[in-house]
Design a binder for this molecule. Structure first.
Ligand code: AMP
Length: 190
């Protein structure tokens, strides 16, 4: 399986680039943010718990996320590969992902770390907020999401450096150019 972790701050283009990767390589897409938003919309137990965290820009507890991901992963058993978007976001999540994939006879193939300047991230998220309808795309929540990213999520880069899976990708410029760098990184491991 070709398993790609797409990584980066909120607003770094993970969703946009995931769509292009899916088209090019026929991978399945798991976005934990999308799964949580759907749980919220359906007012499930998980959705109700997640809502408070999401609206404060905080991370949903690891245990809930890992259990949720395991279920989604089981529904993709016959997949050619999966793109993990917005997961993992903490070291325990990265360890859990490794274990889950190893148990299924596979592993992360590559981790793509999209690099975007902070000013640009805020600009993109505020723009998205005008059309996304997302309750967390407002300046106050954006600031706490970026803070959480720097404190809890960014240190994960080292985890994947040690695994020999980390590739830094320039995430500024045209969508096509960025996708070009991504293709190079994926083609090198596939
Ligand atoms: P996203 O759509 O990836 O920006 O995620 C939106 C929000 O969902 C985040 O700010 C978190 O509150 C929550 N969330 C999504 N994925 C995770 C994750 N892997 N771990 C913890 N919380 C998450």
């Amino acid at each position: 399986m070709l398993n790609v972790v797409i990584f980066g701050a909120p607003g770094s283009g993970k969703g946009t680039q995931s769509e292009l990767i899916i088209k090019e390589y026929g991978l399945d897409h798991i976005s934990t943010g999308d799964v949580l938003r759907s749980e919220m919309k359906n007012e499930t137990e998980l959705g109700k718990i997640a809502k408070d965290f999401i609206e404060k820009g905080q991370l949903v507890p690891d245990e809930l996320i890992v259990n949720m991901l395991a279920k989604v992963l089981d529904s993709k058993k016959d997949s050619k590969g999966v793109i993990f978007d917005g997961f993992p976001r903490t070291i325990p999540q990265a360890e859990a992902l490794k274990k889950m994939l190893n148990e299924r006879g596979t592993d992360v193939s590559v981790m793509l770390n999209l690099q975007v300047d902070e000013d640009e991230l805020i600009k993109r998220l505020l723009e998205r907020g005008k059309v996304s309808g997302r309750s967390d795309d407002n300046l106050e929540t954006i600031k706490s999401r970026l803070d959480v990213y720097h404190k809890q999520t960014a240190p994960l880069a080292d985890f994947y450096v040690k695994e020999g899976k980390h590739v830094a990708i320039k995430g500024m410029g045209s969508i096509e150019d960025i996708f070009g760098y991504i293709k190079e990184a994926i083609n090198a491991v596939k």
